[in-house]
Design a protein around this ligand. Structure first.
Ligand SMILES: Cc1cc2nc3c(=O)[nH]c(=O)nc-3n(C[C@H](O)[C@H](O)[C@H](O)COP(=O)(O)OP(=O)(O)OC[C@H]3O[C@@H](n4cnc5c(N)ncnc54)[C@H](O)[C@@H]3O)c2cc1C
Length: 487
């Protein structure tokens, strides 16, 4: 979790000492899609700008490395584009540098840089606030995804796939489908991906045969996309159960489906599958059950009181919400229990604030106007924090695909360019930029990982992967990552 401290090594690169102060110094915090797209757009729009990208991990690319499922390699190709950005002579990467109390503070960065763009994503979870949420065996989908993707913070997570035959996934969005697919897909297929070794080993021994995907609303409102749904429905030898009575549409459902092509295609896939499935699974077959119109009421403890043994679900019905026009799920007071030994909550990621940063605790985002950070609720009470910007999931909330962050970065960089044009960002000769950052890191004994350090990790992972017939064998341990980067 924390940066690696290394005392006594001089980190100041001599080549930086001749930096001209008339250059524009930009710091981007977070090297996920939002951070890299921002750097790219800054390079195009500001010819004098230098961009330093810091990330708390020794590895770049955010959720492209630690979120996107291992069996979606084509989605990860975007890292080639990001690597080209990192290779720009005006760009520097500082991995293993955290914004916050264990690294560099926001006020330090604002003193050093003309512009600070926060792109540090959403690294926490929404909670349900129902009893039993902290029982053993209840995890957030984020933790489970980090675990199978080899994020070094979750390597040691005690994920137990051997004590139960049933897992409940709460949520029916694409992340929920990802985690269900990883639990159900034949491990021989996963073995050829970059899934973390510890996760593959656990999945190979997994006794989980049934996965329940639970949604508050119906198949007309499911939050997944057709591509992901088709993929999970296409898993080899999988028994899929969809209750046909859940597919009966109300007039409002019909209208909702008419208004959304994506939802319509998803609904058609559910309907087609429900019509074609057998009534029972064959013995030993893995099973996927879509449970609609249910919301979690509480998690049920095992006899020891320590572990989850089931979820009590409340049946829901849909009610039109006057304000949004959407249908919302309301409880009916009827309950049923679903037995399981593992629960994955896929109900949304949440950003976390850092000291000195305006933060909207309710929405879990940094208040902003087109990427300009504001103090107070926009638009009436907004006081702009000059030189401070936000982008990506931290700006919009945890929704959207990788490409959404490109448009998001365009908007934020447009705001930066407009502010620069208006003279609101006059480059200050006191702002030391990279030189100052290096000094702070040296003073604090932070052993940062440059992009060349990441390239060493990258080569090592690919080499180890070759020996195992996979694209890469991820290094999942903090100490080892830093050792390889510094070799
Ligand atoms: C499980 C999952 C699967 C997904 N699959 C797909 C998919 O298949 N296709 C698709 O298009 N999109 C997918 N997405 C969406 C996509 O990953 C996001 O839209 C995108 O990554 C958000 O970009 P970001 O830069 O805002 O945040 P992130 O990608 O989360 O990047 C944030 C970066 O900030 C760093 N950071 C965090 N805190 C600090 C700190 N204090 N100091 C310094 N650095 C910090 C992190 O280490 C990270 O590198 C998926 C998302 C998830 C959660």
């Amino acid at each position: 979790m924390f940066p690696f401290f290394h005392r006594g090594r001089s980190l100041i690169a001599r080549s930086f000492s001749s930096l001209r102060s008339d250059q524009f110094n930009v710091c981007v915090v977070g090297s996920g899609p939002a951070g890299f797209y921002t750097a790219e757009k800054v390079f195009t729009g500001m010819k004098a700008a230098k961009v330093d990208i810091i990330d708390r991990l020794p590895t770049p690319f955010g959720l492209v490395r630690s979120g996107v499922a291992p069996d979606h390699p084509e989605t990860k190709i975007v890292v080639n584009q990001f690597s080209r950005v990192a290779g720009n002579e005006r760009c520097s990467f500082f991995g293993n540098v955290s914004l916050g109390s264990h690294g560099v503070s926001l006020s330090e960065l604002r003193q050093l840089y003309d512009v600070v763009v926060l792109a540090y994503g959403a690294e926490s979870d929404r909670s349900l606030g129902v009893p039993g949420e902290d029982l053993g065996g209840v995890y957030s989908a984020r933790e489970f995804v980090w675990w199978y993707n080899g994020h070094p913070d979750c390597k040691a997570m005690p994920i137990d796939l051997k004590s139960t035959d049933a897992a409940v996934v709460l949520g029916q969005g694409n992340v929920a489908l990802d985690v269900a697919r990883i639990l159900l897909r034949p491990t021989a297929e996963l073995a050829a991906t970059d899934i973390a070794d510890h996760a593959l080993a656990a999945l190979q021994e997994s006794t989980i045969r049934k996965v329940y995907l639970v949604g508050r609303r119906g198949p007309a409102q499911a939050a997944c996309t057709a591509k992901e749904l088709r993929e999970i429905l296409g898993i080899k030898d999988l028994y899929v159960h969809i209750q046909e009575s859940d597919l009966v549409k109300s007039q409002t459902d019909e209208m909702e489906l008419e208004n959304s092509r994506i939802r319509k295609r998803v609904f058609e896939l559910f309907a087609k599958r429900a019509a074609s499935h057998r009534s029972n699974a064959i013995k030993g077959q893995r099973e996927l059950h879509f449970i609609f119109f249910r919301k979690p009421d509480r998690f049920l403890p095992s006899d020891s009181g320590l572990h989850v043994s089931g979820v009590r679900l409340e049946k829901t019905s849909l009610k039109e919400n006057g304000e949004s026009g959407r249908q919302v799920a309301v409880g009916t007071g009827q309950f049923d229990d679903l037995k399981c030994g593992m629960v994955l909550k896929s109900i949304g990621y949440k950003s976390v604030p850092v000291d000195g940063l305006p933060f909207d605790m309710h929405q879990g985002i940094v208040p902003n106007i087109r990427g300009r950070v504001v103090n107070g609720a926009p638009p009436e009470h907004a006081a702009v924090e000059h030189g401070l910007y936000v982008v990506g999931w931290l700006k919009r909330g945890p929704t959207g695909i990788i490409a959404t962050n490109l448009y998001c970065a365009e908007e934020t960089v447009e705001s930066i360019l407009e502010d620069e044009k208006k003279g609101l960002l006059i480059s200050d000769s006191q702002k030391l930029g990279r030189q100052g950052l290096l000094q702070i890191l040296e003073n604090k004994g932070v052993n940062y990982v440059p992009f060349s350090g990441w390239q060493k990790i990258d080569s090592e992972e690919k080499l180890r992967g070759q020996l195992k017939g996979k694209p890469r064998d991820k290094i999942t341990d903090w100490e080892e990552l830093l050792r390889v980067a510094n070799a």
